[in-house]
Unconditional design. Structure first.
Length: 384
């Protein structure tokens, strides 16, 4: 048992700042009050106590090729099966992939991340590689698998169903790359099978303008529109919405993940984050491909804060931005799989304690902090 004392706690799902003490016993928060001081006392004297981060969207496998292919197009970089990423993964040994993933996970742990959602290439073998890589690291990977049988204009749906069911025995869900690689029949099958097992279905949509226009031309619907109709639990990117795309998403109660640094690096656009917030959408934020971005949520938050302000000429609420990396997931149906906690009595102890630099606790984290400013990371599994 220990007490984090005299900190400014960002409490609950709304990250309400309170100067209180947190008592932790056996990995759970048992009390949050000003006076309580039980067990070992860790006096943090005005430091900010924030829920640990969740990286809402990653491709950790391409850690093996950091910064390779810079300036290539989206398709050249990541479209299966011939993108730079997929060729590299096919040619790498298991040990090389595992070692690179372990290094990335430690980077995340050291920068305050305790959970991440990964689009896992390589079928069942790919899922097992990440499970092996993460087995001795204090981080929770949420692994969304995929299989080569999903792709093509006329896939064998019987083989697709078998592949999905095998994956769902060991993975947390299914995540095909996008509608440019799968049919709506495959998409519907993925969603149905995931829903029946309480697992996550996720897909990239509207990442590029070309993707959106091609989908409109061929199907009469945008990729975002198709994602809504198919009812994927989670839609990733939505960088280039058309017409009523975002209105439809806001009414669908689907989870959204934005990846502003990746969109900028791949030169595909700037997400309409201010509009999403105005519509009541509560996105997660992710760092996307490790081959093009560091997995630091600190860097993602600061970039997004300033990009939104200059592009839309309107300040984004820093508290709402910080929620994207912390508590938005707590109020979402995918959290039955993710299992991420806010700072509340009875919750898992999953928080970071960071140096205080300013009177605004949200900007303190977003605009001031780096990994070196983390005093403690408290994790249900391990205290780092």
């Amino acid at each position: 048992m220990f007490t984090i004392a005299n900190g400014i706690i960002l409490k609950g799902q709304d990250l309400t700042p309170k100067k209180e003490n947190i008592v932790v016993d056996e990995g759970r928060i048992i009390e949050i009050v000003k006076e309580s001081r039980e067990g070992k006392i860790i006096d943090v004297d005005g430091a900010v106590v924030c829920p640990s981060f969740i990286n809402g969207h990653m491709h950790i496998g391409d850690s093996i090729i950091k910064d390779e292919g810079y300036s290539l197009s989206l398709s050249e970089m990541v479209k299966p099966p011939n993108g730079v990423k997929h060729v590299a993964l096919a040619n790498a040994s298991d040990d090389e992939i595992i070692s690179a993933m372990e290094e990335t996970m430690w980077d995340m742990v050291n920068s305050g991340t305790t959970h991440f959602i990964d689009y896992r290439e390589g079928g069942i073998k790919g899922v097992k590689l990440l499970k092996k890589a993460s087995s001795n690291i204090p981080i929770r990977p949420v692994i969304l698998g995929r299989d080569d049988s999903f792709y093509g204009d006329d896939p064998d749906l019987k083989k697709v169903k078998i592949a999905i069911r095998k994956l769902l025995k060991i993975a947390d869900g299914i995540a095909p790359s996008g509608f440019g690689e799968i049919t709506d029949e495959v998409a519907n099958l993925i969603v149905r099978e995931c829903n029946s097992r309480g697992k996550i279905s996720s897909i990239h949509v509207g990442e590029s303008e070309d993707n959106q226009l091609e989908s409109l031309d061929e199907f009469g619907k945008t990729e975002i529109g198709r994602g809504v109709v198919c009812n994927f639990n989670q839609l990733v990117h939505l960088t280039n919405p058309k017409a009523d795309d975002l209105d439809s998403v806001s009414k669908s109660n689907q989870n959204v993940v934005v990846c502003p640094r990746a969109n900028a690096t791949l030169n595909v656009g700037i997400t309409q984050l201010n509009k999403m917030l105005d519509l009541g959408i509560k996105p997660l934020i992710g760092t996307d491909n490790v081959m093009i971005n560091s997995p630091s949520i600190f860097r993602e938050l600061e970039f997004t804060l300033k990009l939104m302000s200059v592009y839309y000429k309107n300040y984004i609420n820093p508290k709402e931005l910080l929620k994207m990396a912390t508590t938005n997931v707590c109020d979402n149906k995918i959290n039955s799989v993710v299992k991420k906690s806010a700072i509340d009595v009875g919750a898992n102890a999953e928080f970071i304690v960071v140096n205080s630099f300013s009177k605004n606790p949200y900007l303190n984290i977003i605009n001031r902090c780096e990994s070196k400013n983390i005093l403690y990371t408290i994790n249900k599994k391990v205290n780092v």
